[in-house]
Design a protein around this ligand. Sequence first.
Ligand SMILES: Cc1cc2nc3c(=O)[nH]c(=O)nc-3n(C[C@H](O)[C@H](O)[C@H](O)COP(=O)(O)O)c2cc1C
Length: 267
Amino acid sequence: MPDTKFILDNEKCIACGLCVADCFPGYITMGENGPVYPGSCMMCGHCAAVCPVNAITLPELDPETVMDYDEESFKVDPEKLLNSIRHRRSIRNYRSEKVSPEHLSLILEAGRCAPTASNTQKTRFIVVQEGLSEFKELLWSEMPAIIEGMKASGSPAASGLSRFLDHKNSGFRDDLFFNAPAYVLVITDNVWDAGLAASDMEMVAYACGAGMLHSGYLKRVVSSSPKLTGWLGMSEGESIACCMLLGYPAVSYPRTAGRKMPKVTMK
Ligand SMILES: Cc1cc2nc3c(=O)[nH]c(=O)nc-3n(C[C@H](O)[C@H](O)[C@H](O)COP(=O)(O)O)c2cc1C
């Protein structure tokens, strides 16, 4: 039976061995007629990416989205990239307009392309934009019970959330959503996978002229309420690793924020 996970085009293959060399677990070996694929692997996609003649297709990895590298489209100036990292800010004041579908799709693409441990790619993303008002209403109505539950379990978040509830009730501020038009949840039990995806998404949002805010508080609130996770359509056993507000900033920063000097050891 032909292997449908790894399709080798023998007409194109020049048996150069680059796929064998780049297969880090050493699964692919060189046979008499080119590379031999063992039948199972972690699907990292390196063999297809490194092939100089594009002879390998991995149907499970959405081959239509694979792009050919060209310096003009891909190479980034390191100083400019670093300056974007320096100038990105957590945004707590947003314009009212919705995030455009084009920008949303670029931001989610960044999340999709982020690395995952053992290349499991099990992270999923929930975007709340159209339903945000309904979700916020539900969340604030649940808040007193959520805070009581946190107090009972000795959670240190309880006092901050009580203050947030006071701010909301007095009309002073919504410290959970600020005035963001959307938020994105990163769903996975691997916090490293989530952090990397979130960080890449935040940088692409910055490049789109949008901004984000990691909200640890919002993550705790939503995670603690089956009503809220139910509204989001999450199944039992799924975990929220990151909650990030998203929108176009209503604030601009004419300079970068200061940072402490790094603690680096060189040996
Ligand atoms: C994991 C994480 C959780 C955070 N949670 C919150 C939060 O609940 N509320 C908030 O206003 N900011 C939150 N922040 C934003 C930080 O306060 C912010 O990143 C920090 O002050 C540095 O500011 P900058 O991101 O603009 O450089 C969080 C940031 C991270 C990385």
